[in-house]
Design a protein around this ligand. Structure first.
Ligand SMILES: Nc1ncnc2c1ncn2[C@@H]1O[C@H](COP(=O)(O)OP(=O)(O)OP(=O)(O)O)[C@@H](O)[C@H]1O
Ligand SMILES: [Mg+2]
Length: 308
């Protein structure tokens, strides 16, 4: 079986003339959690909206579970659940009615048991008869998720699912997302909380100004681009870099007072031990040391030059 979502040479020019997406190629694998990161206006919502059939592409193709999203719209759409960035709800409907209706929209036979399961999983069961207008913002967001899950989609898009939700709900959502993945659901999420991607995602895609600039396994990304830095403040300034067998990644600050050793986050501890031993052997003493590690956030900022 191929990828569950295949995006080929997708471009979008809005009627205003603005090009929001430029030749996007993207495969989403079955069962993965894929985090799409990018600054405001990068094109994340546009891309998701096209895949979900809400916005038309200007060129290119998208297949969802093998179905062309244009020529085979219904089949494609039935496989997809979408939790949109912007909440829109029918204020005077009850939770139960809204979620039940949503399932019907996809032509699925009624299943009160499934709706109950979804509402219970989202801690909405005791609110099932409440009107949406009576719910808090976080609860409304849960209702949007319940709607997206009402027709048992195999692919779930979450566009900023945790924007403005409290820590507890965020944890609940992560828990739920993991549970869905365990059931074989493929999840694509966007988030501005990069630690969320760091925690949840199997793969990360970074989009900037309508272009995908990176797609990588999260662990590899952290290993490849993640760096640790050890700074040694020297007792006596040096005029040149000491001769060390593992000198790669070792630099002397301009004023000669600090040795800065940069190494990958996966680097063996032994390289630091060796460095310190060799410095000691050469009588180079230091009065203080600092270490720091780059987060996915820093990696991200270094890629796009701005915060998500
Ligand atoms: N209906 C529209 N008409 C014209 N331009 C649009 C329209 N919708 C979005 N855009 C533009 O397309 C670009 C991408 O917008 P999009 O909503 O996809 O960004 P995003 O990555 O989701 O951003 P955010 O992180 O703020 O949600 C932006 O420059 C936006 O102004
Ligand atoms: Mg958006």
């Amino acid at each position: 079986m191929g990828p569950i979502i295949e995006v080929k040479e997708l471009s979008k020019i809005y009627s205003s003339g603005y090009q929001a997406l430029k030749n996007i190629n993207l495969d989403i694998q079955r069962g993965e959690i894929f985090a799409l990161l990018g600054p405001n206006g990068a094109g994340k919502t546009t891309l998701i909206s096209i895949i979900c059939g809400i916005v038309n592409a200007s060129s290119g193709t998208v297949f969802a579970d093998g179905h062309d999203i244009v020529s085979d719209y219904r089949a494609a759409r039935s496989r997809i659940g979408l939790v949109p960035q912007e909440l829109s709800t029918d204020a005077f409907e009850t939770v139960w009615a809204t979620v039940t209706f949503s399932r019907g929209l996809f032509g699925k036979p009624p299943s009160p048991a499934h709706i109950e399961k979804v509402l219970r999983a989202l801690s909405l069961w005791d609110k099932k008869d409440a009107k949406l207008i009576e719910l808090s913002g976080g609860m409304k967001r849960r209702v949007m998720i319940a709607k997206a899950l009402s027709h048992e989609p195999r692919i779930l898009f979450l566009d900023e699912p945790t924007a403005g939700v409290d820590v507890e709900l965020r944890r609940d959502m992560w828990e739920m997302v993991r549970g869905l993945r365990a059931d074989g659901v493929t999840i694509i999420l966007t988030t501005h909380y990069i630690e969320e991607a760091e925690e949840m995602a199997d793969r990360i895609g970074v989009i900037s100004s309508g272009e995908i600039i990176l797609i990588e396994e999260k662990n590899q990304l952290m290993q490849k681009l993640g760096k640790k830095e050890l700074t040694l403040q020297l007792q006596e300034p040096l005029t040149e870099l000491p001769r060390i067998s593992s000198a790669e990644g070792l630099k002397l600050s301009d004023d000669g007072t600090e040795l800065i050793y940069t190494f990958s986050t996966v680097a063996e501890q032994t390289s630091i031990a060796r460095l310190l031993r060799e410095l000691a052997e050469q009588g180079i003493e230091f009065k203080d040391l600092k270490t720091r590690e780059s987060s996915l956030e820093e990696i991200f900022v270094s890629l796009v030059g701005t915060k998500a």
